[in-house]
Design a protein around this ligand. Sequence first.
Ligand SMILES: *Cc1c(COP(=O)(O)O)cnc(C)c1O
Length: 365
Amino acid sequence: MANSDSLEFLVEKHSKPVPPAERTEILMNPGFGNLFTDHMVSIRYSEGQGWHDAKVQARAPIPMDPASSVLHYAQEIFEGMKAYRLADGTTALFRPEQNALRFQKSARRMAMPELPQEIFLKSVEALVDIDRDWFPSAEGGSLYLRPFMFASEVFLGVRPAKEYLYMVIASPVGAYFKEGASAISIWVSEEYSRAAPGGTGAAKCGGNYAASLVAQAEAIAQDCDQVVFLDAAEHRWVEELGGMNLFFVMDDGRLITPPLTGTILPGITRESIITLAREEGLEVSEEPYAIDQWRSDAASGKLKETFACGTAAVVTAVGTVRSAQGDFTIGSGGPGQLTEKLRMRLVDIQRGLAEDKYGWVKRLF
Ligand SMILES: *Cc1c(COP(=O)(O)O)cnc(C)c1O
């Protein structure tokens, strides 16, 4: 079996990269997730050989056998992270070792092999290195990185696959929500659940997203930006959005966020916000928060603000909540003070504008 620590990447530069003028055009207004850089990383895994065949090469379609097991049983996991260009021109990642660790946890849950953390980090850095000219020029832009892994074995039997393909692609991105969106509206899904006790809610797997899409479509049909899921057992406890964790700001200054009981994705942004809020002297409670409580606290003014957070959108205020029981507004319906403060604290650290006392920013080159 190949010694993973000594895995070397074969680097083959794209022979026809996007011409500089076209790239500059793209980077002025990249949108979110439609456009990609010139290269990609791929590493194969097989039971016999372990991790092998590591490459950085031109981004291209991947030939796939119709019996590849991911197409049938959805053994697939992913990560989402951003590379930033700091004020001084250095490129940096935000807590990438946390993504490496979570990728291993997701793999364990999906009966997939765990990619060693140093290979994960090396793969991401290699892609940022070769595509370093792809950082958006627009304010607030970054290079979104998408490491993922799927079962590539050609086999229809039901058992964990014996072969996998790990890849990383990159997309220059601007703001996640359309410009001018200061607070989002969310739809409470009462019919659909995202994750159940004992299920895969804490793993970052494609299947969770597949399960969330019909509810997200319902949210859009209800004229809302995002869907919020309740717990699957009682349909009472507020869990999270399809891809973002939630925080509630109370009038006594306390922050509440739902606890990580296995049905919620442990967000790295969530964890960072908890740390920053405690540093501000705020009390943060990881405790269940009921939908009826949310509604009555919003009405009484006990609840001041609500925000969602995740790598893609960082921190986003929730202004209105809509459900079959009617709508309610949080605060004035716009971004609250604490939401703005915590967002700025985090963004300033991510961009190298504020002291990084926890060593979260990993400078590359
Ligand atoms: C990725 C993700 C998040 C946010 O995690 P971050 O590490 O903060 O980006 C939250 N919820 C779900 C369901 C996710 O998939």
